[in-house]
Design a binder for this molecule. Sequence first.
Ligand code: ADP
Ligand code: MG
Length: 341
Amino acid sequence: DPQLNSNYTFDNYIEGDCNRLARSAGYAVAAKPGGTSFNPLMVYGGVGLGKTHLAQAIGNEIKRNMPDKLVIYVSCEKFCQQFVDSLKNNTINDFVNFYQAMDVIIMDDVHNFAGKEKTQDIFFHIFNHLHQSGKQVILTSDKAPKDLAGLEERLLSRFKWGLSADLQIPDLETRIAILRKKMYADGIELPSEVVEYVAHNIDNNVRELEGAMVSLLAQSTLNKKDIDLALAKQMLKNFIKNTSKEISMEYIQKLVCEYFEVPVDMVKSQTRKREIVQARQISMYLSKSHTKSSLKTIGAFFGGRDHSTVIYACQTVEDLIDTDKKFKGYVHDIQKKLKMS
Ligand code: ADP
Ligand code: MG
């Protein structure tokens, strides 16, 4: 099947909270096309989040296990074009028969049906024929069926029959795993702080995430292991807008409070609650080591305290780093996040 791209498999589709339902539903469909209640299976989500990859992986998995199944992958756009051509050439019957003969149809980006009433009509009939014969329909879309504008109600109601599962932006860990998998596939190794830097800073979609890495590799004539963080920041300055921004006490406060899940303004308050004191002292310590602010300025910023309080806080943090492994881990984690920005 020339329409299926064998590079898109389940094996290289990293699982995360962002795609767990869609991925497992896709896997179930691939094991039993037409034989689950996920018919149609609709996968939806924003640009570059992995819809095409997952849809293709389903098709490839079916072909791998059941080579005799007729599987067609077609973008909605191409389908619309083929329909128009068949009208022009008087081959509409061939067009319909071709699709109705399939065991599995995968149609990508069905939001592109918007406004195309005649093509929607034809697809409505093809859909019904396939569904009634127990054949599998897999759809992708940039929106949930209920939010798709410009599609006919009867078609939308069909789209809602089976299961709709969304893809979200992968979390940091999943983004790192995606980059690692891709590097592994390409036989490349980048230092892990570079991988983490990229994953940390590109958090809108997977395509851009991969694009940043490709750009990094393309620019470098070095051995990939010798691309260090500073060089990576330099090479990605067009990809990542906020590079080399100065670390402020505000930013430190935000990171620390996020890390310990305490309200941001609490560290400036007078409270002596243990977890707040800890967040405050670490914030002061990091402000001393990562900003150019004086002890006096730091004290003033964190709730109008004097410079001796800051000295005491730094001393306490240093002592705890030496004696308390868990505490050392906390500070280490936060420092790593700071370095990433
Ligand atoms: P969409 O169709 O939603 O716009 P794509 O399927 O084209 O997105 O995905 C964009 C890129 O990101 C592709 O190279 C794809 O392989 C990759 N990708 C997306 N999600 C994952 C994932 N979970 N694991 C591995 N690669 C992924
Ligand atoms: Mg796509």
